[in-house]
Design a protein. Structure first.
Length: 451
């Protein structure tokens, strides 16, 4: 008996230590079994307490009265599947007649407390079927991407969602996106993960970094074109518009709309073209969009209008030509001048890191979801990298990208430098790869001594 007691105490102590220091290990060893039993035992009573049960149908009540039996109890949604994951449980429910997926979503916080889980989210799989994802610990506190993800052409895993699922940046589904966030909010790390994920793919990367290239130029070996000032950016965007027009001419020539060709083979964008004719897709990363929109003189205003017009044209027409926009900034409102709101309307994907005011959050999600606005302004300053990701459908998730240092991103880009496409239209903007500078430039305010 003494040996059993000692063993039991050691197991409990080990479980407590794991839950405190390594919640993921605790979940895989002890937590998954305890949580599964807790859900199955408490399920009927919890659903009744949360108002997720439906009274029995009239025919059952009539049958009970006719046979002099007790009245049947209210019925909760039927469990179709209970699947454990590496971060929690996935519960698939079949709703009873009269129930709605919104009822489950509204009760998610009560379900979280009742089942003693860290977080509960729900989504409608199909009519009458709801999937409830329960996480056992804060997966965003220490982000660990799963060993196996599901990357596809133009689909990059960039972050982890609060429900334990992987957040993908899918350019085929959401061609253009906007990323907002204050200084030191984690935008640069998100961008590095994006570039590192795109580096092994057959895609051309084009960067516009008006902070003299401090963010994107270290990754230059994987970029087909880079611009570090507004003047060069204007010329680069004009070259991209010219490429877009030439790609459309290629698609028009290869549409194959004759009557003897099946409808499924008619080309409407580059992905309908044969592999040997398909142009390389282009992802354009703009590091700070405000530097392209601000002006102080008449000449700068003309340049600004030229830049914004080109960006709007690429956002409206670039998808079919395989040109995708990834625009980052601290603010993105109408104060940046005419054409900005038109450009924002074309950016379907929205990601907002910590912002300094509610107005900035409204710039990202005001036309999508008020709940996402509230979630964006509640991101704490110490949680760098946490963001709210949504799209024009109104759905949103809390995500966090794994920390990727600039050195790691540079190593990834250098490793895949041989996959950098050489596009003739963008050849003048190909970054010059030089070695170490011949002389060290002094950054102090003291004037250099003269000989």
């Amino acid at each position: 008996m003494t040996a059993f007691t000692v063993t039991f105490v050691l197991v409990v102590a080990a479980a407590g230590l794991l839950r405190w220091r390594r919640p993921a290990w605790y979940w895989l060893t002890f937590g998954v079994t305890l949580a599964t039993l807790r859900v199955l035992v408490r399920y009927a009573s919890v659903m009744d307490a949360c108002g997720l049960t439906m009274p029995p149908p009239r025919w059952r009540l009539a049958l009970a009265r006719a046979t002099n039996r007790p009245a049947p109890e209210s019925r909760p949604p039927r469990i179709l599947r209970l699947r454990p994951t590496r971060t929690g449980l996935v519960l698939r429910l079949k709703l009873r007649p009269g129930q709605d997926a919104f009822d489950v979503a509204a009760a998610s916080d009560r379900l979280r407390h009742s089942f003693a889980m860290y977080g509960v989210t729900s989504r409608e799989v199909r009519s009458g079927v709801v999937e409830v994802r329960m996480t056992s610990y804060d997966v965003l506190k220490r982000v660990q991407m799963p060993a196996k993800t599901d990357p596809r052409p133009m689909r990059v895993p960039v972050a982890l969602r609060e429900d334990g699922a992987v957040h993908y940046r899918d350019y085929r589904a959401i061609p253009h996106a906007l990323t907002l966030g204050a200084t030191e909010s984690g935008k640069s790390v998100y961008q590095r993960n994006l570039v590192a994920g795109l580096a092994p793919m057959d895609v051309a990367l084009v960067g516009i970094d008006c902070k003299q290239g401090v963010e994107l130029f270290p990754l230059a070996r994987r970029f087909s074109a880079l611009a570090d000032n507004p003047d060069t950016a204007a010329e680069l965007l004009d070259a991209l518009v010219a490429r877009m027009e030439s790609v459309y001419q290629l698609i028009r020539a290869e549409q194959r709309i004759t009557s003897d060709v099946p409808d499924a083979e008619i080309a409407a964008d580059i992905w309908d073209l044969p592999d040997h004719l398909r142009p390389v897709p282009v992802v354009v990363l703009v590091d700070e969009v405000a530097e392209l929109a601000l002006f102080a003189t008449k000449e700068e205003e003309k340049r600004r209008d030229r830049i914004i017009t080109a960006l709007v044209r690429l956002a409206q027409l670039g998808r079919a030509a395989g040109i995708y926009l990834e625009i980052c900034g601290q603010r993105f409102g109408s104060e940046l001048g005419k054409g900005i709101t038109m450009l924002r309307a074309q950016l379907t994907g929205r990601t907002a890191h910590r912002v300094n005011d509610e107005t900035s959050a409204n710039m990202a999600f005001g036309d999508i979801s008020p709940d996402a606005v509230l979630a964006a302004i509640q991101i704490p300053a110490e949680m760098r990298g946490v963001a709210i990701a949504g799209d024009s459908s109104g759905g949103w998730h809390r995500i966090r990208a794994p920390h990727t240092s600039l050195r790691q991103a540079v190593n990834t880009c250098n490793r895949h430098a041989d996959q950098t496409p050489d596009l003739p239209e963008l050849a003048p903007f190909r970054p010059a790869l030089t070695g170490a500078p011949a002389a060290v430039v002094s950054l102090s305010k003291t004037a250099p001594a003269t000989a």
